[in-house]
Design a protein around this ligand. Structure first.
Ligand SMILES: Nc1ncnc2c1ncn2[C@@H]1O[C@H](COP(=O)(O)OP(=O)(O)OP(=O)(O)O)[C@@H](O)[C@H]1O
Length: 289
């Protein structure tokens, strides 16, 4: 059993009152255990906790939460010899689903007692690492308003999405991908390292965590008929075939927006900017799943 540090985000996901220490003890042992559990106290704290655990020599640091927690733990572990595990406790759990981590906690914990180790690519957006997806436009706009909603969970997310759909206006952008330049509107410009946003919403179903490439999904406008095709395509995992979105594969890209545009990494709204540099760090993070 690898020496493991669990980092628990107590606010992630739909509120549940699980006795996590007892569940972990059942699988990892309660007598002289070779693991610790540490709770985050604020946003950003998991980066520091993960980095400290790597310095203490833990072989695996497990993020207990959703993609925001995974992002923080992953950032803390970049450049260290410690692997990241995931106990999915978020609302969307995009990376966990992509990596086929069991969503049922007992099964996920069992796997962590003897995990498989491998490396995955890491994306960067204006220097912010991402493990699942990053994006500009409507999805970032929704992340921003979701963060301000005061409530979390899927139903809040869906109601914010519908409300903001009626208000959102796309922004003209210059996009530089694979040495080609194009002028377009950015309704959604998603950069996918993993295939989905979470909740099996497949924005880039062919994305591969180990191919050294980011899959780019461009949607330049979203009238109602196309919005329905995009939603269905994301749910069925056949958005590329539906022709409701355009796809590219890149190792690096740049976007220049005519006016400030919001961006997110791994579902968390970061801020607004007018230039965006996107890159990839091949196989930069070790994962234990
Ligand atoms: N103790 C804390 N108090 C407040 N916020 C926290 C705390 N610990 C972590 N956070 C923040 O909580 C945010 C949400 O966490 P996370 O993304 O893991 O859950 P989620 O949004 O429910 O799941 P998903 O991203 O899979 O939908 C993260 O951005 C993180 O920075």
């Amino acid at each position: 059993m690898p020496k493991t540090c669990f980092i628990l985000n107590p606010i992630a996901g739909p509120s549940r009152r699980l006795d996590m220490p007892a569940l972990i003890a059942r699988h990892f042992g309660a007598v002289e255990p070779d693991y610790v559990i540490r709770l985050t106290e604020r946003a950003g704290h998991a980066v520091e906790l993960a980095r400290a655990a790597a310095e203490e020599g833990f072989r695996v640091v497990v993020a207990i939460g959703g993609d925001g927690t995974v992002n923080e733990v992953g950032r803390g572990l970049l450049g260290t010899a410690t692997a990241m595990g995931i106990l999915p406790q978020g609302s969307g759990n995009g990376l966990a689903r992509h990596l086929k981590v069991p969503l049922a906690l007992p099964a996920a914990l069992r796997r962590l007692t003897a995990p498989e180790f491998s490396h995955m690519d890491v994306g960067t957006m204006n220097g912010h690492p991402f493990f699942c997806t990053a994006g500009l436009g409507f999805d970032a706009h929704v992340s921003q308003h979701f963060a301000q909603a005061g409530k979390r969970g899927l139903s809040t997310y869906l109601s914010v999405t519908l409300r903001e759909y009626r208000r959102y206006q796309p922004v003209p952008v210059q996009v530089y991908l694979n040495g080609e330049q194009r002028q377009t509107n950015c309704y959604v410009l998603a950069f996918a390292n993993a295939s989905q946003y979470g909740n099996n919403a497949y924005i880039a179903p062919l994305a591969d965590l180990r191919d050294g490439l980011l899959d780019v999904c461009l949607i330049d406008s979203l009238p109602v008929g196309r919005a329905l095709r995009v939603s269905l395509g994301m749910a069925l995992g056949n958005l590329p075939q539906s022709k409701a979105a355009e796809y590219f594969r890149i190792t690096a890209g740049r976007v220049e927006a005519q006016s400030p545009l919001g961006f997110h990494v791994d579902g968390d709204y970061i801020g607004h900017a007018t230039t965006f540099d996107v890159g990839l760090l091949p196989l930069a993070l070790e994962v234990a799943v």
